[in-house]
Design a binder for this molecule. Structure first.
Ligand SMILES: [Zn+2]
Length: 253
């Protein structure tokens, strides 16, 4: 297939799945039906017509406002659609059209959605983390590296579980969300032990930086729970693309 057709297909699929992602980001944390409920404006609840469902173009055409109530539509809708297209194109450029590219594309797509649900609601829905874990285990079977995937998932889960136990002991309240552990397990299944250790280490640095930022800006108390999800996800993306390079810096090629 010629590259231009691949690019057009990826942009089309990315914009449609990006639009679907927006619905998931809104509905999954709220336990709303994702199949039978028609899309509606979150402000005036007006059911959206066909033209308002077209990704990206409808946002631009409506100039970011609901045509019925004129309330601003969150910029997130546009960012998620463009972001999903970006994920598909980058995955293709980096990994080609391979089974591994399929796995990483789906994983990055899920992580993108999870980053937004965590930022907006503080939740990492099981309806996303469990299927992601399942996919990564199945792909590990396919690539004949199941033991490393299982150890990776267990290590990813346990690190955050241990921190949760210590945090509970220090702060006398729940410090670590169960969603963080499940997310880390799902990523660990794709990464294996070595890469999930690096990824977790990077997520602590990012999380620590975020915590400092919040304290400096007086946005949060140090004892408040941080939304660690985005830090874990950002660290996973860095490890996926630059993990081998980072290992090279530390341990030589
Ligand atoms: Zn409206």
């Amino acid at each position: 297939m010629s590259d231009i057709y691949i690019v057009i297909s990826l942009i089309t699929a990315g914009s449609i799945l990006g639009s679907f992602s927006n619905m998931l980001i809104y509905r999954l944390p709220r336990d709303e039906d994702i199949v039978f409920k028609r899309s509606h404006c979150p402000d005036c609840a007006h059911i959206l017509g066909f033209w308002q469902l077209i990704p990206i173009l409808s946002y631009v055409y409506q100039m970011g406002k609901c045509v019925y109530c004129k309330k601003r539509i969150s910029l997130r809708y546009l960012l998620v659609e463009v972001g999903t297209i970006g994920i598909f194109l980058i995955t293709w450029v980096m990994f080609g059209l391979t089974p591994y590219a399929f796995q990483m594309g789906v994983m990055l797509w899920a992580l993108h959605i999870l980053a937004w649900t965590d930022i907006e609601t503080g939740l990492l829905p099981n309806t996303l983390t469990y299927p992601l874990l399942g996919l990564n285990v199945i792909m590990a079977l396919y690539f004949q590296r199941l033991p490393d995937a299982v150890y990776g998932a267990v290590v990813g889960y346990l690190i955050f579980w241990i921190i949760g136990v210590i945090g509970k002991w220090v702060y006398k309240k729940e410090a670590m969300g169960g969603g963080d552990m499940k997310l880390s397990a799902a990523i660990g299944a794709a990464f294996g032990v070595k890469l999930i250790l690096l990824s977790t280490y990077i997520s602590f640095m990012i999380g620590g930086g975020m915590a400092l930022g919040f304290i400096v800006c007086k946005r949060k108390n140090i004892a408040d729970t941080l939304p660690l999800g985005p830090a874990i996800i950002l660290a996973a993306v860095i490890s996926l693309f630059w993990g081998q390079k980072i290992f090279g810096w530390y341990f030589g090629p």
